[in-house]
Ligand binder design. Structure first.
Ligand SMILES: [Zn+2]
Ligand SMILES: [Zn+2]
Length: 402
């Protein structure tokens, strides 16, 4: 699947163990860890975790020194205290409807962060070409507060680890339906980190940030990139927007490593947001990011999960496609889901599992930006606003084709 000019290895390490399901806000909360359990079960049924060039690796929880790369000491202490006592810490966003306190909260959250840091470390030191942590991608967590179901910001901590260990240019691309605000905030003034987030416009969705004019602080102009898409955006227009913004910026920035967040909540069935992508569009996005990792970053690629609240019909298939893609063994979209897995789903959550790995559009067609733009189309307006806000900082012309 790699182009002739592509470089780098195409082997994969999956950072996973059952303890990651302890990141659990409890009954009734949208982010139920059954979604990662069903994902790993599906990937396993497809033989992906035992494939040649794929390893499943253990990892340690992130220690305080790692957490402090991004989070305040007082916040870490508050998370620990809340997780031990079950008591809220209102000053730190703990004990709200979004972020209820649960026992063991610190340990579970530090495990998720540890898995992403281990992935970054393995890729950076040459232990693996690609790394995936489907339980990661907790991109809303802030330096001093939990936010949007996220306690410790594992992608930001992984990126901070890379910077501490010699990386000079790291690119982060966030495909979650929500703005990657915590990661953007962590590196807003840092020219070494390019953050690109494609999301539903903050006018209609949490967290209310992610406008195109949020483009980086002094000395880091153009290194925060936001594509704010209108509600109702589907596969073709999402991919058109991606194509009009992401490849050109990555080629200009020349990252040494690519970190990506694959929140599955841009799907039409997701209960929390209003974009209408399919599993096929999300699989196509993963394929493009994989290709870009080889083209611009020597194949060094760390991919995480993220949001995604259609726990059975969407998340397991989208992230199994991600694992398959990163393993260099993409699953043909028309493939049936394994019967064993469907039985497991029925027993585990009493729900009929999806029968195929596609939502019915195996090949997603879209009109590339180079074929011209439509000034009346709100997606094209969003893309143009983003290109105007950041392209000149990278020596690119917002009005020119790619
Ligand atoms: Zn590869
Ligand atoms: Zn999300």
């Amino acid at each position: 699947m790699t182009s002739p000019s592509a470089t780098g290895r195409c082997d994969l390490t999956v950072f996973w163990d059952e303890r990651l399901t302890s990141y659990d806000f409890g009954p009734g909360h949208p982010m139920n860890p059954v979604r990662v359990e069903l994902t790993i079960a599906l990937a396993r049924e497809f033989g992906l975790l035992d494939a040649p060039d794929v390893r499943v690796s253990e990892f340690d929880a992130a220690d305080d020194k790692l957490l402090r790369l991004v989070h305040d000491e007082a916040y870490i202490a508050a998370v620990r205290h809340a997780g031990e006592t079950g008591l809220p810490e209102p000053a730190h966003g703990l004990g709200t409807d979004d972020n209820p306190v649960f026992l063991g909260m610190h340990d579970a959250s530090a495990l998720v962060a540890g898995a992403s840091v281990a992935g970054a470390k393995a890729v950076w030191t040459g232990g693996t070409g690609h790394a995936v942590n489907v339980s990661g991608g907790l991109h809303h967590a802030l330096a001093g507060a939990a936010s949007g179901f996220c306690v410790y910001n594992d992608p930001a901590i992984a990126i901070a680890w890379l910077l501490e260990n010699g990386a000079e240019r790291v690119a982060y691309v966030d495909a979650d339906v929500h703005h990657g605000d915590g990661v953007q905030a962590a590196f807003y003034d840092d020219p070494r980190v390019l953050t690109i987030s494609l999301h539903e416009t903050p006018r209609t969705l949490f967290p209310g940030t992610g406008f195109p004019n949020e483009s980086g602080g002094p000395g880091a102009e153009g290194t925060a990139v936001n594509v704010a898409l209108p509600p109702g955006t589907g596969d073709a227009l999402w991919l058109r927007a991606f194509d009009a913004v992401v490849p050109a910026l990555l080629r200009a920035f020349q990252p040494q490593i690519l970190v990506t967040q694959h929140g599955a909540d841009a799907h039409a069935l997701d209960p929390l947001a209003h974009l209408v992508l399919t599993v096929d569009g999300q699989r196509t996005a993963a394929e493009r990011l994989h290709r870009l990792a080889h083209e611009v970053a020597g194949g060094r690629w760390l991919a995480t999960g993220g949001g995604g609240y259609e726990l059975v019909q969407v998340v397991p298939r989208t992230w199994t496609h991600l694992i398959a893609e990163a393993a260099g063994r993409p699953i043909p979209p028309d493939t049936a889901t394994p019967e064993h897995w469907r039985e497991f789903v029925r027993g585990r959550v009493d729900e009929i599992a999806p029968r195929r790995m596609t939502d019915g559009h195996p090949t997603v067609e879209f009109h590339p930006w180079s074929e011209g733009m439509d000034p009346a189309n709100p997606v094209d307006q969003a893309v143009l606003a983003t290109r105007r806000a950041v392209f000149p900082e990278h020596g690119l012309d917002p009005m020119l084709d790619l």
